[in-house]
Design a protein around this ligand. Structure first.
Ligand SMILES: Cc1cc2nc3c(=O)[nH]c(=O)nc-3n(C[C@H](O)[C@H](O)[C@H](O)COP(=O)(O)OP(=O)(O)OC[C@H]3O[C@@H](n4cnc5c(N)ncnc54)[C@H](O)[C@@H]3O)c2cc1C
Length: 407
C-alpha cells in the first residue's frame, strides 16, 4: 500500500471542490484532490446551457465554460482521478483510496467533503405499472444527450418542474424530441422562474401544476403514462387521462451525497452535512461545501462556499485555532432549508434559506428581529440573508422564520 500525506485532502472535484482547492492554496498549504471521474467539473461538464457565472465572472456562461474559466484561476494542484475512497478513519485522520495503480493510505491534516448530490431515483415515486425501457432520471437523460450524443426517445413526458426537468424539456425539444408536457405534483413550479420562461414558455411546452403520473404502460418500451390531477398529495379520482409517450424523464429532486461519512458527521434531515459559517462539520478537521451541504441553484455560491471551506481547512491543518461555535440556527415557521446550522459569531456571513411554500410577501425574522422582506418568495429560489455579529446577537438558539405579510 502506498502512503501519502497532505495538509488538506478534498473529496470531489466539482465546483465546490475546485473552490476548496483555491481556498487551500491561498493559505500556502499542500492539497490533494480525489475525484472518481477522469477530470474536475462535476455536474458542470454536462450542463451545456448558459446561466452560470453571473456573480463570480459577471458573465453568462455555460457549465463547461464556467469550469474552464474557474480552473484558470486555480494554481496547479495534486490530484488523483478515477479514484474511489474506500474508508475514512476520522479518529486518525487517514483515508484509504483505490485506483488502477493500487491502494493508497492518505494522511490528512483536514478533509474537505465536496461530493455533490445524487438524483432521487424514479423508483422513489412508487408509481404502479410495468417497468419498460424509456424511463430516465433527468440527469441521466442529460448525460446521454449532452455527453454521449444519444437521444432517449421521440415523445417525452417530464415529471417534476425543478430546474433540471425544465432544462431537459428545452434540451430535448432542441434535439427534435416532442415534449408533451411537464407534470408537477405541487400547485407551484419547482424551479427558477427564469427557467420556466426560457425553457417552457419560449417553446410552448405546457406546465401542468397539481398533476402527476399515476401509471406506467408498456412491456418492452414505454407506450404511455396515465396522469391525474392531485389535491393534498392524492390523485383526484375521475381526472385520469392517458398520455402517449415513449420516454419518461423524472426530475424529482437531488439528495446530498454523504453516504461515505454520514455515520461520522452530523447531517440534517434532508441528508446535507451540517456546518457552521466556516463550513466546518461536527468533526473539527472536516469541512464540507456545495450540494452535499445543501442543494444550490447557482454555481457561483457553491464555489464561494468551497473557497471558504478550503481556506479554513488549511488553517486547521496548519495548527491555527479557529473559533468555537456560539450560536445554532433552527428552522422556524415557513422555512424548508437553511444552509448553515451553526455560527462562531465572529465574522459576517451569508446564510441561504428556502421558504416552505410560495408567499407574495415574506417577512424573514431571526427570533423576533426582522431581517428582510422578500417579494414573491418561492421554495425554488434561495434567499440570501447577510448576518453580521456586530449587528445581531448570534449566540445561543436562533430561530429563522418566514411569514406571509399583507401589503
Ligand atoms: C442539471 C443542472 C442544471 C444547473 N443549472 C445551473 C445554472 O443554469 N446556473 C447555475 O449557476 N447553476 C446551475 N446548477 C447548479 C450548479 O451547477 C451546482 O449546484 C454545482 O455545480 C454543484 O457543484 P458541487 O461541487 O456541489 O457538486 P458536483 O458538481 O456534483 O461535484 C461533486 C463531485 O464529487 C465527485 N464525487 C462524489 N462522490 C465522490 C467520491 N466518493 N469520491 C470521489 N469523488 C466523488 C463527483 O464525481 C463530482 O465530480 C445546475 C445544476 C444541475 C444539476
Amino acid at each position: 500500500m502506498k502512503k501519502l500525506s497532505y495538509d488538506v485532502v478534498i473529496l470531489g472535484g466539482g465546483a465546490a471542490g475546485m473552490g476548496a482547492i483555491k481556498g487551500v492554496l491561498s493559505q500556502n498549504a499542500s492539497v490533494l484532490l480525489i475525484e472518481r471521474e477522469p477530470s474536475t467539473g462535476g455536474v458542470l461538464n454536462q450542463c451545456i446551457h448558459n446561466g452560470f457565472g453571473l456573480q463570480v465572472f459577471k458573465k453568462e456562461l455555460t457549465g463547461p465554460e464556467y469550469h474552464e474559466m474557474y480552473l484558470e484561476t486555480v494554481e496547479p494542484f495534486d490530484a488523483m482521478y478515477e479514484t474511489t475512497v474506500l474508508d475514512v478513519n476520522f479518529e486518525n485522520s487517514v483515508l484509504k483510496a483505490i485506483n488502477a495503480a493500487g491502494i493508497y493510505e492518505i494522511k490528512y491534516g483536514a478533509l474537505v467533503l465536496t461530493t455533490g448530490a445524487r438524483e432521487r431515483p424514479f423508483e422513489a415515486l412508487r408509481i404502479p405499472g410495468s417497468r419498460p425501457s424509456g424511463i430516465f432520471t433527468a440527469g441521466l437523460a442529460q448525460h446521454f444527450v449532452n455527453l454521449e450524443n444519444h437521444l432517449p426517445g421521440r415523445r417525452a413526458v417530464i415529471i417534476g418542474s425543478g430546474d433540471i426537468g425544465l432544462i431537459m424539456a428545452r434540451r430535448l425539444t432542441l434535439e427534435g424530441v416532442e415534449v408533451e408536457g411537464v407534470y408537477e405534483i405541487m400547485p407551484y413550479q419547482g424551479g427558477l422562474t427564469r427557467n420556466v420562461v426560457q425553457c417552457l414558455k419560449d417553446f410552448n411546452i405546457p406546465l401542468h401544476l397539481s398533476t402527476s403520473v399515476v401509471k406506467i404502460h408498456g412491456r418492452e418500451r414505454l407506450e404511455g403514462v396515465t396522469v391525474a390531477n392531485f389535491s393534498d398529495g392524492n390523485p383526484v379520482s375521475g381526472t385520469e387521462r392517458f398520455v402517449k409517450c415513449d420516454t419518461l424523464v423524472a426530475s424529482v429532486g437531488l439528495i446530498p451525497e454523504n453516504d461515505l461519512v454520514d455515520k461520522n458527521i452530523e447531517t440534517s434531515n434532508d441528508g446535507g452535512a451540517v456546518v457552521d459559517e466556516l463550513m466546518r462539520t461536527s468533526v473539527d478537521n472536516v469541512f464540507a461545501a456545495g450540494n452535499n451541504v445543501c442543494i444550490h441553484d447557482l454555481v457561483d455560491f457553491v464555489t464561494i462556499e468551497g473557497e471558504t471551506a478550503g481556506k479554513n481547512a488549511a488553517r486547521v491543518a496548519k495548527g491555527q485555532k479557529i473559533p468555537k461555535r456560539e450560536g445554532f440556527f433552527k428552522k422556524g415557521k415557513g422555512i424548508r432549508v437553511l444552509s448553515v446550522h451553526y455560527t462562531t459569531a465572529t465574522v459576517p456571513f451569508k446564510m441561504y434559506v428556502r421558504v416552505e411554500h410560495p408567499m407574495n410577501m415574506a417577512m424573514l425574522k431571526m427570533n423576533d428581529t426582522k431581517l428582510k422582506v422578500v417579494l414573491n418568495a418561492k421554495p425554488s429560489e434561495m434567499i440570501e440573508i447577510m448576518l453580521d455579529p456586530t449587528k445581531y446577537n448570534l449566540k445561543g438558539e436562533i430561530v429563522i422564520s418566514a411569514t406571509e405579510v399583507k401589503k
